[in-house]
Design a protein around this ligand. Structure first.
Ligand SMILES: Nc1nc2c(ncn2[C@@H]2O[C@H](COP(=O)(O)OP(=O)(O)OP(=O)(O)O)[C@@H](O)[C@H]2O)c(=O)[nH]1
Ligand SMILES: [Mg+2]
Length: 297
């Protein structure tokens, strides 16, 4: 099978899985967990416009130069109404869109409010078991979202650029422990020195790499850092299976959460009319029906 055929096959599998959970169960039953462990999943988060997509584009290019296959999943926050960001990415990552060794998908967060959903996990697993060696997951935000994304990824990058004052405050409050590498992007801009100053004042101890994505400066250095960290992590005994367990746990949590929401939204009556006890029994009943229906009963 060549790359084009394989990509078409993956696209089909992805949409089948969306429509029919059973297909996903079949797929999941067959995957080789140890094989999956060899794939590197890299999370990239940070505020909107910090340069995440541009950076992923440049990193992907470096991996493509080594003939590694690259998957990119960009999660759009539900609030972004237009396809503008994605179209922009199409322009910024034009070379990649034409490269069949790269698989790019833009997915919606689907109103979970968590910055991710269960189908992102399925996508990652599907790409990982189809020969993609490096998988990037891009997501906006750096709060709880990034915590959840970390459970999926082997390594995560927080991208900040001039004007990311809020994030620095957040980091200072200890909120960003989960980022492995802090990427200071847009070093070509004159305002960059303020970013450095702000960071120095906040006294944040974190592995940091300064890059200019637009000028392609230091992106290779960042890639080296990523590789060193990944190989160190993957060499540690029991890492892969433990990580996989964390991923599957989060995956299960998301599936439960999404099903629960479905049930709640199907309760079509004015909830405000009910008292606490009645609401409780209503939920219990509906859950009971959901479980029964799932079993085909
Ligand atoms: N000057 C400068 N601009 C950059 C650099 N990297 C990215 N940009 C610009 O910053 C803007 C946002 O870049 P994106 O890569 O789309 O940022 P993003 O974080 O993916 O944005 P969202 O997906 O909307 O959250 C674009 O106009 C880029 O051209 C850089 O290193 N220097
Ligand atoms: Mg982007």
């Amino acid at each position: 099978m060549n790359d084009v055929e394989r990509n078409m096959e993956i696209s089909k599998l992805l949409s089948d899985v969306e429509k029919e959970p059973k297909k996903y169960h079949e797929f999941l039953r067959k995957i080789d967990i140890d094989e999956l462990c060899k794939v590197d999943i890299i999370g990239v988060f940070g505020s909107s416009g910090s340069g995440k997509s541009s950076l992923i584009g440049k990193l992907a290019k470096l991996y493509r130069d080594e003939e590694k296959k690259v998957g990119i999943i960009a999660i759009d926050p539900t609030s972004s109404k237009s396809g503008g960001a994605f179209l922009g990415d199409r322009i910024r990552m034009r070379d990649l869109f034409e490269d069949h060794g790269v698989f790019i998908r833009s997915v919606s967060e689907k109103n979970t409010g968590l910055g991710l959903n269960s189908s992102i996990f399925s996508m990652v697993f599907i790409l990982a078991s189809n020969g993609f060696e490096k998988i990037f997951v891009e997501t906006v935000g750096s709060g709880q979202t990034s915590v959840d994304i970390t459970s999926l990824c082997d390594l995560s990058l927080l991208v900040i650029s001039p004007g990311s004052g809020d994030e620095i405050q957040f980091m200072k409050a200890g909120g960003i422990e989960q980022a492995d590498i802090l990427v200071l992007n847009k070093s070509d801009l004159p305002e960059f020195e303020f970013l450095e100053l702000e960071l120095r004042n906040a006294m944040i101890q974190k592995r940091t790499v300064r890059v200019s994505t637009i000028k392609n400066e230091n992106v290779d250095l960042l890639k080296d850092e990523i590789e060193v960290l990944l190989s160190k992590r993957k060499k540690s005994v029991g890492y892969c299976r433990e990580k996989m367990k964390k991923r599957l746990k989060k995956h299960v949590e998301l599936i439960l959460f999404e099903n629960l929401r479905k049930v709640l939204s199907s309760i079509e009556f004015d909830l405000s009319r009910y008292d606490v006890e009645m609401l409780r029994s209503r939920i219990v009943e509906d859950l009971y029906f959901m479980v029964k229906n799932e079993k085909g009963g």
